[in-house]
Design a protein around this ligand. Structure first.
Ligand code: HEM
Length: 236
């Protein structure tokens, strides 16, 4: 046990923890995107969207457990990333000047070189996102944000999302964050698979291209929702 704990503390152990927690969060991102894509139908999605989020809330303890696991994953991911970057700096205080693509298996790209910065932006984004939606207007039962669907009272999250995505500053900052998320994910998926030992001389190039394509699709999905709502003008 002592041996396995010290293995987790090693830089390889931290990379594996970072990869597993990152893959878990990518799983959440897929699910969250599927839950939010119906917003593209604008007003037509109101009842279904509110009912879906009401259903998630009704899961009570199960939802809280999932949220705690996600939070632990996020904290672990950030801790491992910062520890790895600081460890590298300590080991090599003078930076190499060569920033060209390393090619071959190491795949140095803009995405890989900016991971720590795009990751920190995402951390701020997540904090603000939770403040706006999860803990924002209506989270304490304010009357203006109550919807009634089939006689059941629930939080009108649809109204809040439509309101927020009518604010140009909010939409632009959201869209920029989603581009940075795409950059982060473009390296993350492939790198995580490599770190946990998914390697095959024939299929690795497929994982690499597939990872980048998935990163693009997920980020594009999140990018399009606020921009679409802004231009197509969801109801208030
Ligand atoms: C178009 C884009 C998005 C929309 C419309 C959206 C909407 C929402 C809403 C309405 C909630 C509150 C749910 C509730 O309280 O029941 C929420 C929660 C959350 N969102 Fe998003 N979101 C978007 C993108 C993102 C992105 C890109 C991330 C991560 C990088 C993210 C991470 C989260 C997290 C972690 C929660 C808390 C989940 C929970 O505690 O159950 N969201 N989102």
């Amino acid at each position: 046990m002592a041996l396995s704990l010290s293995a987790l503390w090693s830089s390889v152990g931290k990379k594996i923890l970072m990869s597993l927690s990152g893959l878990m969060m990518i799983g959440f991102l897929f699910g969250h995107l599927l839950g939010n894509l119906p917003l593209l139908q604008l007003d037509a999605s109101a009842d279904a969207y509110n009912t879906y989020s009401h259903f998630l809330l009704s899961l009570g303890g199960v939802l809280i457990l999932v949220e705690l696991i996600l939070l632990a994953g996020l904290l672990l991911h950030v801790w491992a990333a910062v520890a790895i970057v600081l460890g590298k700096k300590k080991a090599r205080p003078v930076k190499y000047n060569n920033l060209k693509s390393a090619g071959g298996a190491s795949k140095q790209t803009l995405g890989s070189r900016t991971m720590i910065y795009t990751g920190l932006v995402l951390l701020v984004f997540i904090g603000m996102h939770l403040k706006t939606f999860k803990y924002g207007p209506g989270s304490e039962g304010e009357k203006e944000y109550v919807a009634v669907v089939d006689g059941v009272e629930m939080r009108n999250l649809h109204k809040l999302v439509m309101e927020k995505f009518q604010d140009p500053i909010y939409v632009v900052s959201y869209a920029i964050a989603m581009v940075l998320m795409g950059l982060h994910l473009s390296h993350a998926l492939w790198s995580a698979l490599q770190s946990i030992g998914v390697y095959h001389p024939r299929y690795t190039p497929v994982f690499y291209s597939g990872g980048r394509l998935l990163a693009f699709l997920v980020s594009a999905g999140y990018f399009v929702i606020p921009v679409w709502i802004y231009f197509m003008g969801g109801a208030q």
